[in-house]
Design a protein. Sequence first.
Length: 366
Amino acid sequence: MPDLSPLLVPQMNVNDEHAVIVAWHVGSGARVAAEQVIATLETSKATFDVHADRAGFLVYEHAVKSLVQVGTPLAWIADQADAQPPQEGSSPVASSGSAGDGDERFTRKALRRMRELGLTVADFSGQGRIELSEVEAAAARRGAGRASAERFDGAEPIEESTSKLAEAARLTDVYRAVVPSMVTVSVPCDSVRARMQSLRDEDGAPFSLLELVIHEAAALLGDYPDLNGFFASGRGWRYRDIAIGFAVNAGRGLKVPVVQASHLHSRLSVARAVRELSLCYFRNELKMDDVIGGTFTVTDLSSYGVTHFIPVLNDRQAAILGICAERPGTGHQDLVLSFDHRISDGMRAAAFLGELRDHLLSTSDV
């Protein structure tokens, strides 16, 4: 029996649950050296290489663009060239609801859900304790795999990037649990433009509405922990820090660079940070540290002429703010806040937006 050791999908960020295989750099069955790069993976945050942890023969079954779960085997390293990936039994889990039936790794709720979804022990090869969330994630992976093999009359598959596949998996996990709600306030465009011009004259430098919104939102979020937190394990949690991310998607996939410690920045330093991070995006130089740790997100579609949209919540965040374009004939533009109703509510969200609007229109610096 060949000696096989699993090479697990690493967790590069605490919120990552899945990754997509971008490329294999070594064929299955080939000999590899310790620390040799064997694959490139991508999450919604970043792209990274996976290295062999020892010398041997690499074996794997996943194809490029496959969705793989963090902590599960990406491949195996064997001592013999003819080794094959291990196969677990494919018989369904026992029908009894007892957690001790079939495999003690599975909780009672996990077993019950597995029977409902038709999953088997083989779907959890190499994993430890299996909770309900792992079962749901396995069902999502299986569904993604089936979708790639299915064909529909009159339609053909869209060629999606690996970053889009990772984003889809992340959003599926988020919205399986979240209770999304939305509130909107209207802001007079002439007043916003006048405030922006006043600040440009004061600072001697131009900056964008996005940069000003990040600065003003950071000044407010300390009073709104329900919008600068997340819901998990049956309760709300607040972040000790305020780190505002901003969505960018200009041909290199959707990324959310983060202005770390946003509440400690001046107006000008926020603008400088946004521009430096944006330049890194266009140069494909964003590092993992540039896109992790966000506690709140701003997305600006005003330059696209979008007069209203519903921003999509990010994982481990309770709120996201959208900046809209001027509605034709009204002289106003909207600020839209999507939030998780499990941790906040409409009145709190409306109060935050009202204060933010006042700060944006204020004639004095806040």
